[in-house]
Design a binder for this molecule. Structure first.
Ligand SMILES: *Cc1c(COP(=O)(O)O)cnc(C)c1O
Length: 457
């Protein structure tokens, strides 16, 4: 905080009551308490600069306006839609998966009314919220499933139920950290289980797992490496080997799949990502995955697998603390129904993956043509899938590379785009602003064009 000048003369500052009478303040159509609080804050700010004659004079002149701005700022919702021009499809900082039209419709219908969330309409009696996803999930995955708040919660709950006070065997090559401080060893410790590391960072064999098993062992854990890749001299047992070891020893195999992919991504020209159904079919006892990564639904964590384990996990008292609300069930149900109907293109994330470089080139060329007077060109680039999918998961794309107007830096354009009326998040490279239309939703294209024109003029 700046030092208050010893010569500060606070008498130059008006009183709260005087500011309240300022026409710019008196005409504000906000509750008095909000306005008074804003006046106090503005005056407190001014007290810090009272020694510096000039800035005080300037700010005194626009005191009323400043109070208005402050009240408006606090009553403007801070969570806003953003245009993602980065080409990172599952951008965790930008809210991961945008929802499908049917998911949005479901959320609107459920949000403003009572619902049968936990009421069995046929029986006229209390029901379970689980039913709203259970049948869809079981049909899609081939196994019973339950839903919690996110995948971190799902792993926690699985280990809390199946491994508390016992040991969990994990390969040293899978002790990963994902963004925002999610570390497998830490979650494992908080679940009450003890970590039993086996193998080395790059190589773990099935014998390593076998040798680590003792009378304290409760779970064999497998984790999708998500945001990093081990290449070169590597070895990892197959899922089948791990499941076989589980059978021989009577231990459940739990797999954290991360992204929760339900379709074959090679159809989009991507490397194959493990699918949930494959793990279930391979005999994994419990798989966990996110709802808002490749699945393209709401933030949620899904646990699926053998009926007895899922039933035990469902009975764990922590389930109550980690369960999801009606809006999540509404969105998840609608998203899963799209999968069941094979309407993959209705799911925005999958529609983005399915766009070819040529289709994006078309969109980019049209956009550029509409930006009269903005200098730019089309360039080949790569879109990143992100969201904890395999790091090598990239798709060829066409970038719109825009040169800043004369006398302005690309960084300034990038900042103006980001802080404008409709925030646009883009990248800067070689003094150009790069726009990847793969992640710009079709109905955002005209707002994007408006924003570009505004910033460039
Ligand atoms: C993303 C991810 C998580 C965390 O999932 P959230 O749904 O964000 O809690 C856990 N494990 C893996 C392997 C992941 O990729």
């Amino acid at each position: 905080m700046p030092q208050v000048s010893p010569h500060a003369d606070f008498r130059v500052l008006p009183s709260v009551d005087e500011v309240l009478k300022d026409p710019a303040v008196a005409t504000l159509e906000f509750p008095r308490a909000l306005v008074v609080a804003a006046v106090r804050e503005v005056l407190a700010d001014l007290r810090q600069v009272v020694g510096e004659k000039r800035s005080v004079q300037d700010r005194l002149a626009r005191l009323g306006a400043e109070v208005g701005e402050r009240v408006r700022r606090i009553t403007t919702l801070s969570l806003r839609p953003v245009i993602n021009a980065t080409g990172v499809v599952l951008h965790t900082n930008l809210g991961r998966a945008p929802l499908s039209a049917s998911a949005i419709e479901a959320i609107c219908q459920t949000a403003g009314a009572y619902s049968n969330l936990e009421y069995d309409l046929d029986a006229g009696a209390r029901g379970k919220r689980d039913v709203h996803a259970a049948a869809l999930l079981e049909r899609l995955l081939g196994a019973p499933a339950v839903v919690v708040n996110n995948n971190a919660a799902a792993i926690f709950l699985a280990l809390h139920e199946l491994a508390a006070r016992g040991e969990v065997v994990v390969s040293r090559g899978e002790l990963i950290e994902i963004g925002e401080g999610f570390r497998i060893p830490d979650v494992l410790a908080r679940s009450g289980a003890r970590l039993r590391e086996v193998g080395t960072t790059n190589r773990t064999r099935i014998e390593d797992y076998r040798a680590a098993i003792n009378d304290q062992t409760r779970v064999l854990l497998r984790v999708h490496r998500s945001n990093f890749k081990i290449v070169g001299f590597t070895e990892r047992p197959t899922l089948a080997e791990l499941v076989e070891l589980g059978h021989q020893t009577g231990l459940p195999v739990v797999e954290d799949l991360g992204s929760g992919c339900l379709v074959d991504l090679t159809r989009y020209g991507l490397d194959s990502e493990p699918q949930v159904g494959e793990s279930i079919a391979a005999g994994v006892d419990v798989v966990t995955f996110s709802g808002d990564k490749l699945l393209g639904g709401p933030q949620a964590g899904i646990l699926a697998g053998k009926r007895e384990w899922i039933a035990r996990i469902r009975r764990n008292p922590m389930f109550r603390a980690l369960r999801v609300d009606k809006l999540t069930y509404a969105v998840l149900g609608a998203t899963l129904r799209d999968y069941l109907l094979e309407s993959y293109d209705h799911i925005p994330i999958l529609a983005m993956l399915s766009q070819t470089e040529a289709q994006i080139r078309d969109r980019a060329a049209k956009l550029l043509a509409s930006l009269h007077g903005i200098r730019g060109e089309l360039a080949s680039g790569r879109s990143v899938i992100g969201g904890g999918s395999t790091p090598a998961m990239e798709l060829p794309t066409t970038l719109l590379a825009l040169h800043p107007p004369p006398g302005v830096s690309a960084a300034t354009c990038e900042r103006r785009l980001r802080t404008g009326f409709t925030p646009v998040v883009a990248r800067v490279e070689d003094e150009r602003v790069l726009v990847d239309l793969r992640t710009v939703l079709p109905d955002q294209e005209s707002s994007l064009a408006e924003m570009l024109k505004q910033v460039w003029t």
